[in-house]
Design a protein around this ligand. Structure first.
Ligand code: GTR
Length: 674
């Protein structure tokens, strides 16, 4: 492990935090006086982690949302019954007692440990801690056994791009916030001679692994499964002075790999609380520069393992598909079901959104186009804003390209008329870095598309499901939940599936209006959104064509080649993209009941175009070509014309370029212009 310290804090760190272990009587009684950060930390996981190592723990948590030290003190002083008192008993069950005072809670058990922390926004402001912490400590000591230890929990810094209203206080800089809050906690811990639970450092450590920002659910609260577990691991080690690495408790919805990251990051934080430790994982992401670590990724073709692709024309029960009818009638459905349940996760049937035209057809792009913006609302605050351009003066309904965009509708060109997400969107996502207008204009050659007679229909992927691991709270995913359900089941949709499903809902809308011909829509997407475009059109046969631009792993590339991006990487780095069942195949690709050539073959008999880029080894261009060729065999078997599929490999890097579009437009001219 490489250790990074704040040099100025080295000496303080040692004396303040290294003696964090607390005596462990048979039953440890721990009370946290907190807010939602305490709720994230102690109300789940901690009990079970302790139990797995044979410890009995009783946990109390005094909760008021957003509460800060001054307010805690005022509540104490006034004996205000303002708290929700949550208690996890020896049996691990959580019981809530409303309207409770600090006095009550402090006397409720013979506490061994009482934990305080500052509210997140104030945590980097050392002046905000006093005199409140001093007063609170005195008040607490008067009510708890003499042996009781006081501890401080170091809160964590916000996510990059977090929309938390306190982030401007730190110049929107995560690094600055982390540094300032760590210094403030260390100073207070030293002053009161109390150990610090280094939760903030554990979170920061995890951000320096390939897990990156997949630790909060909304930019500041912990992600339901990974984030909360990570912090609980840190509490465990800080409380018991015993390494959490190897702890056998298995939390819900986490792969072995992410459990491992959490344990090691928590452990490293307890060993070195004052700065980030770069925990070395068997991972390809070079955290120092954001480059891919060549020693992990296989870019040496001679090291591609031997593999056998499943035969697209053999049914699961071994029967050979001998007729096109059998393909369309049996094999196609079988494969689709497998991809849905084992990889992307099943999507629900159509849901009818409320349609609101935000902007009627308006001349745009120097008179070349008519622009329309439509809001599809699936429930309060869950909506997708669709941006459409179509050629002005076109006679009758036109064919169209539908593609999701990465960073907001306004990034696809510098047209000032495109509605910006603004405040409202920021609130919905929790993490949102607004990109400049026209940021991705090079990927959307609108003039060319329109002058060739096509409409362009797009929406921001975040509208359907934000592209980070938020426990599936912010996007459309919860629409499928049954009562009490909090997370997709093992075979229910992940983010790519949700994106794809949303493309179908936009197609529903196009069917309901008359300017675009919904029977001539090509689904197009680049990279992760290429995976989504493929899935949308494979599933929804109303899409007239699919275009995969550099979609790579989980898209057009064969998984079994394990070249460039692998299942291990993709599921670790993007834990939200696929369904939980897919984790079974990580490092176990040969067990997959399919491979991506069969995914592509599901497009038949409709036109399919796959494109790769020479310098994009991460997406495995050869793996894409091989999958394409294998899929082509199915097209041949079905007696379909060679012109129905297309492939190109262009020079250059991972991108969607004008050159790619030139091929797509020619291909579309052949198939969508009749
Ligand atoms: C990479 C990811 C790829 C691809 C790409 C993109 O980080 O590993 O699977 O989706 O992002 O979307 O640009």
């Amino acid at each position: 492990m490489k250790k990074l310290f704040f040099s100025t804090l080295l000496s303080i760190a040692f004396c303040v935090v290294s003696s964090a272990a607390v005596r462990t009587p048979d039953t440890l009684r721990v009370l946290s006086i907190a807010n939602s950060y305490g709720e994230d930390a102690v109300e789940q996981n901690l009990h079970d982690i302790a139990l797995a190592d044979g410890h009995v723990i009783i946990i109390g948590n005094m909760y008021i949302g957003g509460c800060f030290l001054e307010k805690h003190w005022k509540n104490a002083e006034r004996d205000s019954a303002a708290y929700s008192y949550r208690k996890v008993g020896v049996d691990g069950k959580l019981v809530k007692r409303p309207s409770t005072s600090l006095d009550y809670a402090l006397r409720d058990e013979k506490w061994d440990v009482v934990i305080f922390h500052q509210s997140s926004g104030l945590s980097g402001k050392v002046e905000s801690y006093e005199p409140w912490l001093t007063k609170l400590l005195k008040y607490t000591r008067e009510r708890v056994p003499r042996r009781c230890k006081m501890m401080l929990n170091q809160t964590w810094a916000y996510a990059i791009g977090s929309t938390n209203p306190n982030f401007p206080e730190y110049g929107f800089s995560q690094e600055r916030m982390y540094k300032e809050l760590t210094e403030a906690y260390a100073a207070e811990a030293k002053k009161h001679r109390m150990p610090m639970i280094p939760s903030g450092t554990a979170v920061q450590n995890s951000r320096h692994t390939f897990n990156r920002e997949n630790v909060t659910r909304d930019g500041f609260h912990m992600q339901w499964w990974f984030g909360r577990y990570l912090v609980a691991c840190t509490y465990y080690e800080a409380l018991y002075g015993q390494s959490v690495v190897g702890n056998s408790y298995v939390p819900k919805n986490l792969s072995r790999r992410r459990i491992d990251i959490a344990q090691k990051c928590a452990h490293a934080a307890c060993e070195h609380p004052m700065g980030v430790t770069r925990v070395d994982f068997d991972n390809p992401f070079d955290t120092s520069g954001g480059n891919w670590k060549p020693d992990y990724i296989n870019t040496d073709p001679s090291k591609i393992p031997a593999y056998t692709l499943p035969d697209a024309l053999t049914m699961q029960d071994g029967r050979i598909v001998t007729t096109p009818e059998q393909w369309y009638g049996e094999r196609r459905g079988e494969l689709l079901e497998l991809f849905d349940t084992e990889m992307y996760g099943k999507a629900p049937g159509a849901i009818q959104p409320l349609v609101e035209v935000l902007e009627e057809d308006t001349p745009a792009l120097d008179g070349l186009a008519l622009r329309r913006q439509v809001k599809l609302s699936f429930s309060t605050n869950k909506f997708v804003v669709v941006l459409m351009y179509r050629p002005k003066g076109a006679e009758g309904p036109v064919p169209a390209f539908m593609g999701i965009n990465f960073d907001g509708n306004a990034t696809i060109c510098d047209d000032p008329g495109i509605l910006r997400p603004g405040e409202q969107r920021a609130k919905r996502y929790g993490i949102y870095v607004e990109q400049p207008r026209g940021r991705w204009a090079s990927r959307w050659p609108l003039k060319e598309i329109l002058s060739r007679g096509y409409a362009l229909v797009t929406f921001h992927c975040y509208d359907a499901d934000p592209d980070y691991d938020d426990g599936f709270r912010n996007g459309l995913t919860p629409l499928i939940y049954e009562e009490g359900q909090k997370y997709p089941k093992d075979d229910q949709w992940g983010t790519i599936s949700t994106w794809a499903w949303t493309m179908s809902r936009v197609l529903d809308y196009l069917e309901s209006e008359e300017t675009v011909d919904a029977s001539r829509v090509a689904a197009i997407g680049h990279s992760r959104l290429g995976k989504a475009a493929l899935l949308a059109s494979v599933r929804d046969q109303r899409f007239a064509m699919a275009i995969s631009n550099d979609s790579g792993c989980g898209g057009a590339a064969l998984s079994r080649r394990r070249y460039g991006e692998t299942l291990k990487f993709i599921t670790g780095n993007f834990p939200h993209w696929f369904c939980t069942n897919f984790l079974k195949y990580v490092d176990n690709e040969d067990a997959l009941p399919f491979d991506q050539h069969e995914f592509l073959a599901l497009m038949a008999p409709r036109p399919l175009y796959v494109a790769s880029a020479e310098d994009d080894s991460w997406t495995d261009p050869v793996g894409e070509l091989l999958a394409y060729q294998e899929a082509r065999r199915v097209y041949d078997f079905l007696g379909l014309d060679a012109g129905l599929t297309g492939y190109h490999l262009r020079e250059g890097e991972h991108d969607l370029t004008y050159e790619d579009w030139a091929h797509y437009l020619d291909f579309a001219d052949k198939h969508l212009k009749h």
